[in-house]
Design a protein around this ligand. Structure first.
Ligand code: PTJ
Length: 245
């Protein structure tokens, strides 16, 4: 880890870089994950590195959708494992949902390393992809899934992802909740609910929202009234008028 003084104006951002670099060094994160992280940083800058109203609205709907799910599953890739291991495990515990390792770049042994990394952080249920169970409509390594996990899921939580699988999951009739800093990405557009925010800020807020779902509101209605296209438009509009531009 680099020695970033807490007084540095970019302390938080530099700490996150350290986590991703450490993920690569430990063999958890793909080297391509560094590029994805850089792209995320650029979008984060444009949303003022803060959770904006469009993200809060999506978090409320995502909490309701995940709460209502019969069989929710949380997909974990190399960036998520490096950035937010504790937070993703906590979400799994709150939802009583399994974590499932699913990666795009197929470095040997990386899936197992991600599993062990999550277990080191006290994850109890980590499912692994199976070569015998495949999603339709997708050719990459992401097609391999666990028969008791993503294959069976009605709602899949896929933070920080490339677009192919999101589209395949939707075609298979599943709902997808994602967190993606880029409101124009294919994942953002294909998902049922897109939280345009940094996974580091959004995950704790999502867990909190599930735990404090208002008893007097109908979660079903919250989900039905949610319009992802409208939320993405709000995010793009915010970026166009960004105070950082
Ligand atoms: O571990 P693997 O092999 O599954 O690979 C994971 C990555 C992320 C490398 C892979 O899925 C990939 O290449 O993704 P993309 O196509 O670069 O898309 C990642 C998306 O996540 C982009 O739209 C980024 O803007 C966004 N992003 C990056 N960092 C964050 C983020 N969104 C939320 N929080 C972040 N910290």
């Amino acid at each position: 880890m680099s020695d970033v003084p807490k007084s540095h104006p970019r302390y938080l951002s530099l700490t996150l870089r350290d986590r991703i670099v450490s993920g690569v060094e430990q063999g958890i994160t793909s080297i391509h994950g560094l590029i994805a992280h850089g792209r995320g940083e650029a979008y984060d800058y444009l949303i003022n590195e803060a959770t904006q109203p469009f993200a809060h609205k999506a978090i409320r709907a995502a909490a309701a959708m995940l709460y209502l799910a019969q069989h929710p599953v949380i997909s974990v890739n190399g960036n998520v494992a490096a950035l937010v291991p504790k937070e993703i495990i906590e979400l799994g515990q709150i939802l009583k949902a399994p974590l499932e390792v699913n990666i795009f770049h197929t470095e040997t042994g990386r899936e197992q390393k991600i599993k062990e990394h999550l277990q080191k952080h006290d994850a109890t249920k980590v499912l692994m992809p199976s070569k015998d169970t495949q999603l339709n409509f997708i050719d990459s390594n992401r097609k391999y899934v666990n028969p008791e996990g993503i294959f069976k899921a009605d709602v899949v939580f896929v933070p920080l992802e490339d677009g192919d699988r999101c589209e395949a999951l939707r075609k298979m009739g599943k709902d997808v909740v994602t967190i993606d800093l880029n409101p124009m990405s294919r994942t953002a557009k294909q998902a049922s609910i897109t939280i345009v925010d940094n996974v580091v800020r959004a995950l704790p807020l999502l867990s909190q929202a599930i735990q404090t779902l208002p008893k007097d509101t109908d979660s079903q209605e919250t989900v039905q009234q949610y319009n992802n296209e409208k939320i993405l438009k709000e995010a793009v509009q915010y970026i166009r008028r960004s105070p950082n531009v």
